[in-house]
Design a protein around this ligand. Structure first.
Ligand SMILES: Cc1cc2nc3c(=O)[nH]c(=O)nc-3n(C[C@H](O)[C@H](O)[C@H](O)COP(=O)(O)OP(=O)(O)OC[C@H]3O[C@@H](n4cnc5c(N)ncnc54)[C@H](O)[C@@H]3O)c2cc1C
Length: 313
């Protein structure tokens, strides 16, 4: 086993929150170590065009994350390809075990492990992800101006996404397995009043239909949940809106969570229920889930870690 790695600040996660924390913590001379996890660069590496990152009218998600990594590195952040497997929160410094067998010992920790959209698991959904299949209306709705699209789901996420998408789409078909929605009543009222949205009850997505060259969605095949009968609906985009799951495996038994597992932070802060442990990005954010908000929280976490360490010393 290698020697333990000692650091003032350990940043766990390499999405916009983690890399931004890396930039700020490095500039505060905290010599941070950032552990990248299984998905270096985070969720944006799984998409193509990003059009809402300030300063870039359009940028490819993977390119943006390569630049963020280079930025953090240039400021002095040590970036390590490893996965944290457990954290001992019982005393400071915190001791973290990792997949490589290296032990990381840190005076403060910034958790930036992100979240995952839940997917249905269909092969055709996987094939067209980023090419007509999305799980983020805020990110991708703009690409469907004047087009017909489908939203899959019946909870708050689905209804919110469907309502938001009517700003762009000419028609939104909401596909739901039952004949009533789980979403809050106020959202349901808005949905039923919106003439652009047509619910299709007792149906589930069977297959995403599309072309190979260029890769793109042309429709969906839906199946009746009772009869099994299928039918095809022409759409240009499919938004899978069955919820998100924060990547909270490391902390869910220790830190306070809410809204389905998101880590609770103090108001206007990234402080968690354990002093010296800060959380940033989608791991804490059930509301906005954007790169820019995650980066903002990464900045806050690094500044707060700096203050915490200055007061603790
Ligand atoms: C397909 C898609 C398209 C999107 N498009 C846009 C867009 O256009 N604009 C926009 O603003 N947002 C977009 N988003 C949302 C955006 O990607 C997220 O809001 C943002 O990436 C969240 O950043 P984060 O730093 O919190 O975490 P993530 O990007 O989720 O990164 C989490 C990081 O934590 C690491 N990690 C997890 N567990 C461990 C562990 N145990 N040890 C070490 N590391 C760990 C992972 O490897 C990963 O690097 C999109 C998301 C998706 C999925």
């Amino acid at each position: 086993m290698s020697d333990p790695r000692r650091t003032k600040v350990l940043i766990i996660g390499s999405g916009p929150a983690g890399y931004t924390a890396g930039v700020y913590a490095s500039r505060a001379m905290l010599n941070p170590i950032l552990v990248q996890g299984i998905e270096p660069g985070g969720q944006l590496t799984t998409t193509t065009e990003v059009e809402n990152w300030p300063g870039d009218t359009e940028v490819q998600g993977p390119d943006l994350m390569v630049r963020m990594e280079a930025h953090a590195k240039a400021m002095g952040c040590e970036i390590i390809g490893d996965i944290i497997t457990s954290i001992d929160f019982s005393k400071r410094p915190f001791v973290c075990q990792s997949d490589s067998g290296t032990e990381y010992v840190a005076d403060a920790i910034i958790l930036a492990t992100g979240a995952r959209a839940k997917w249905l698991g269909l092969p055709s959904e996987e094939k067209f992800k980023g090419f007509g299949v999305s799980a983020c209306a805020t990110c991708d709705g703009f690409f469907y101006r004047g087009q017909e699209i489908a939203v899959i789901g019946g909870g708050n996420t689905a209804v919110e996404e469907a309502l938001f998408l009517t700003n762009f789409a000419s028609k939104v078909t909401l596909i739901h397995r039952r004949d009533e929605l789980r979403a809050e009543k106020i959202l349901q009222d808005r949905l039923f009043k919106n003439e652009k949205i047509e619910p299709l009850w007792f149906h589930e997505l069977d297959e995403v239909l599309g072309d190979d060259t260029p890769l793109g969605v042309t429709g969906i095949r839906v199946k009746h949940t009772d009869t099994g009968e299928t039918r095809d609906i022409p759409v240009k985009g499919v938004f899978v809106a069955i919820g998100h799951a924060p990547a909270n495996e490391l902390v869910k038994d220790v830190l306070e969570t809410h809204m389905g597992g998101y880590v609770v932070t103090k108001p206007d802060s990234t402080e968690t229920s354990v002093p010296g442990v800060f959380a940033a990005g989608d791991l804490t954010d059930h509301k906005y889930r954007q790169a820019v908000t995650s980066a903002g929280m990464g900045c806050m976490a690094a500044l707060e870690a700096e203050r915490f360490l200055a007061e603790a010393d």
